[in-house]
Design a binder for this molecule. Structure first.
Ligand code: FAD
Ligand code: NAP
Ligand code: SF4
Length: 670
């Protein structure tokens, strides 16, 4: 008996059957844009199909040049291109999977001068103003969608997903916010829906009855001027009547100021919206957003909110997710912790998409952990992300690995990160590595601070001893009111009601969140919705209400010496969420500060030449890190091969992404 009977049951669509209820949501990896990368993309999809995914949806392909996300980005407009796609579809079918091509027209989100939209209204997140389509132009776009779908069929795809959400072209026609037309394609909700419905109708005519058409429907626009709930329901019914096979859930436009997928969004935060729509249609509906573990997915299906679940990033983190759920090994799942650091943040920087907790993602053909031909006795010192990644990957390859950790538990600095409100997911990575150490047979020595002399019998030593907090040289730094972030977050030392945080990097921002929250927003959906102003779309168009954040229990000042904006170095897709959260908690953000001294009166600073005393009870130091690598010289002197990884190697700009990547790559090479 499986604990996931709903999740793992097949879905009969009449003309074809999906082997389970899991759709791998569309993600643009960057490998789609050049045909030369198709062999790598094929292996990336094939690995996920072998792992058991029911239906894979590709990254977005534009139906014409105006729909490109970026100049020369992925498109499918010719039979020659369709032939190349057979490289992608055939291996997925060989692995027993199914695959649909996402047809995506960027509309006004297109980052180039050819962009078009319903009306000529610039998006707040894009410098290019779109050209308003003429009536003839609208017809051409409808045909382009249908032609692209026909080419997808030619390429061997099992279906298409028509991208109608997230604020892309179709969504732009649907919302009053972006559609000011007065012709047959705007002016009333019915006319605004016509573009979407005609696309589905025309596509069905072109592809025939036995081809999956998924329509990704924006159920909650989360922008001012978004669709009313009546319009959403009417669209779903019309799309069904026009020939859609499945309706997928879209939440929030890219320009929305409400987070929808970052780690502080509660798990399955939007399944209730899919559940609200489901009774209005007869075709299967898919729910999505922040579903990352089998029990969460099973519950979304068991409760009747949806017929399928869509997960995208969880399959970057673990291509074997389904197989592990099927075989009772869910504790071995490498969970997506929704950090966005190696996936969406890479996509925005036009770097190849990968995954922080699985650096093999997107690199399946080049980063392999093949069995070693010569097993070595390897010591790994330090069980932070770098050491854990190295130890488990080395053992997976067949090396005899011993892991030494000074602390009583594994995790290193990541164990501190998981205590930040909204970062609870980080505990999943530690749980994953804990299990992985057992499965791969690493001998773990906790509470063991090793010295160089204890490592002489090993063939290789990997030093993953990480970082220690930097202590700035500042008069009064020894004052009892001064604490480090380790004292505060890890050891729970008491903090007063007025606090100054020195240093506004990732850790200073996280510590400010820690100090301004009593409960974690990620653990209480109602509280989170109130904090960000999300409501039932029947109450307000687009589901947008006035945010009502809980007041902070403390007055917090967040300081840095640089004049640049606070949190400017944070990730593109998560930094704005942190900045908005701190603003909502009235954290006073002070860049361009000179620290003078700390004494009984508080923290003395100078800003723009003006002295100021912050009368605080506590000063928390988050002033960066220094590497810990005191063992290296002694080990080298003893003639041992030493490899430095993670913070022990370079502390500047260290994050867990680099630590895990470096540990994995070293293990692949040793
Ligand atoms: P560490 O995590 O420092 O691990 C080193 C380990 O070595 C420690 O467990 C230590 O006890 C052990 N050790 C040291 N000396 C010895 C010895 N002689 N013998 C045995 N053991 C020894 N990163 C991100 O990417 N994203 C985030 O969102 C993020 N958030 C963070 C939030 C907070 C509050 C903090 C504190 C950190 C955060 N980080 C984040 C940073 C991330 O945790 C670190 O970059 C990462 O942990 C560094 O990994 P590491 O393995 O190199 O070192
Ligand atoms: P950091 O980002 O390097 O920030 C260090 C802060 O300390 C800066 O604000 C710096 O600003 C200040 N500082 C440096 N030297 C100082 C000194 N001598 N005196 C006073 N202030 C000083 O490092 P971090 O915040 O410790 O974070 C460590 C790593 O963890 C980062 O690289 C980050 O990527 C990662 N992390 C990531 C996230 C995330 O959400 N992605 C979250 C947490 C941590 P000034 O020099 O301008 O004063
Ligand atoms: Fe998930 Fe982070 Fe990996 Fe992206 S990088 S897939 S958000 S764990």
């Amino acid at each position: 008996m499986t604990p996931y009977p709903n999740l793992l049951s097949p879905l009969d669509l009449g003309f074809t059957t999906l082997r389970n209820r899991v759709l791998m949501g569309s993600m643009h990896t960057g490998l789609e844009d050049k045909a030369a990368h198709f062999p790598e993309l094929a292996e990336y999809y094939a690995e996920r199909a072998r792992g058991g995914v029911g239906l894979i949806v590709t990254g977005g392909f534009a139906p014409n040049r105006t729909g490109w996300l970026l100049p020369l980005a992925s498109k499918l407009t010719t039979s020659a291109e369709a032939r190349r796609h057979r490289q992608l579809t055939a291996p997925v079918h060989d692995a027993g999977g199914k695959i649909a091509l996402q047809v995506l027209h960027a509309g006004r989100y297109a980052y180039h001068p050819l962009s078009v939209s319903a009306s000529s209204i610039k998006a707040p997140i894009n410098p290019f103003r779109p050209r308003a389509l003429t009536g003839y132009g609208v017809r051409q776009q409808i045909n382009a969608f249908a032609d692209c779908a026909a080419l997808a069929r030619e390429a061997g795809y099992d279906g298409v997903e028509i991208m109608g959400s997230e604020g892309y072209l179709i969504n732009q026609f649907l919302a009053e916010r972006t559609n000011k037309r007065t012709d047959a394609w705007g002016g009333t909700p019915e006319k605004r829906r016509r573009f979407a419905v005609e696309i589905v109708k025309r596509t069905r005519e072109k592809v025939g009855a036995d081809f999956i058409i998924i329509y990704r429907l924006s159920m909650l626009d989360l922008v001012p001027g978004g669709q009313r709930w009546d319009d959403v329901v009417a669209l779903a019914k019309e799309v069904e009547a026009a020939g859609a096979t499945i309706i997928n859930t879209g939440i929030g436009w890219h320009e929305a100021r409400v987070p929808t997928i970052v780690t502080s969004v509660p798990r399955a935060a939007f399944t209730w919206v899919t559940g609200k729509l489901k009774p209005h249609v007869g075709i299967p509906v898919v729910t999505s957003n922040r579903i990352n573990m089998p029990q969460v997915a099973e519950e979304a299906l068991r409760s009747g909110d949806a017929d399928l679940v869509s997960m995208a990033r969880p399959f970057l983190a673990d291509p074997e997710w389904i197989r592990k759920a099927e075989t009772g090994r869910e504790d071995e799942i490498n969970t997506c912790i929704a950090c966005n650091q190696a996936c969406l943040d890479h996509a925005f920087k036009r770097k190849l998409v990968s995954c922080m907790v699985n650096p093999r993602a997107g690199h399946e053909t080049t980063l392999t952990l093949a069995p070693t031909r010569r097993s070595k006795h390897v010591a790994v010192v330090g069980a932070g992300p770098a050491g854990l990644a190295a130890a488990t990957a080395l053992a997976e390859r067949g090396h005899d690995v011993e892991l030494f950790e000074a602390d009583d538990e594994i995790g290193g600095q990541f164990g501190i990160a998981r205590k930040i409100p909204g970062k609870e997911e980080f505990a999943e990575t530690i749980r994953y590595y804990q299990r992985r150490l057992e499965v791969t047979g690493v001998k773990v020595h906790l509470g063991t601070r090793v010295a160089a002399g204890e490592l002489t019998g090993f063939d290789e030593v990997v030093l993953a001893t990480g970082v220690a907090p930097r202590v700035p040289s500042l008069p009064g730094i020894e004052h009892p009111k001064v604490l480090s972030y380790v004292d505060v977050v890890k050891h729970g030392k008491p903090v007063g009601e007025r606090v100054a945080v020195i240093g506004a990097g990732g850790i200073g921002v996280d510590v400010s969140e820690f100090l301004t929250h009593t409960d974690s927003p990620a653990l209480d959906l109602d509280a989170w919705m109130a904090e960000w102003g999300v409501t039932d779309p029947e109450q307000a168009a687009g589901g947008l209400a006035t945010p009502k954040p809980e007041p902070s229990p403390r007055q917090v000042y967040l300081l840095q010496r640089k004049k640049s904006g606070i949190g400017a170095g944070l990730g593109k897709t998560s930094g704005w969420v942190h900045r908005a959260a701190l603003k909502a908690k009235r954290v006073e953000q002070l860049p361009g500060v000179t620290y003078e001294r700390i004494d009984d009166d508080g923290l003395h600073i100078t800003v723009d030449g003006t002295p100021r005393v912050l009368e605080v009870d506590t000063v928390v130091v988050c002033a960066g890190q220094e590497p810990v690598r005191d063992l290296a010289d002694d080990l080298r002197a003893a003639g041992l091969p030493v490899h430095l990884i993670g913070g022990a190697d370079v502390a500047a700009e260290l994050d867990a992404k680099r630590a895990i990547d470096q540990g994995t790559r070293l293990a692949a090479a040793l």
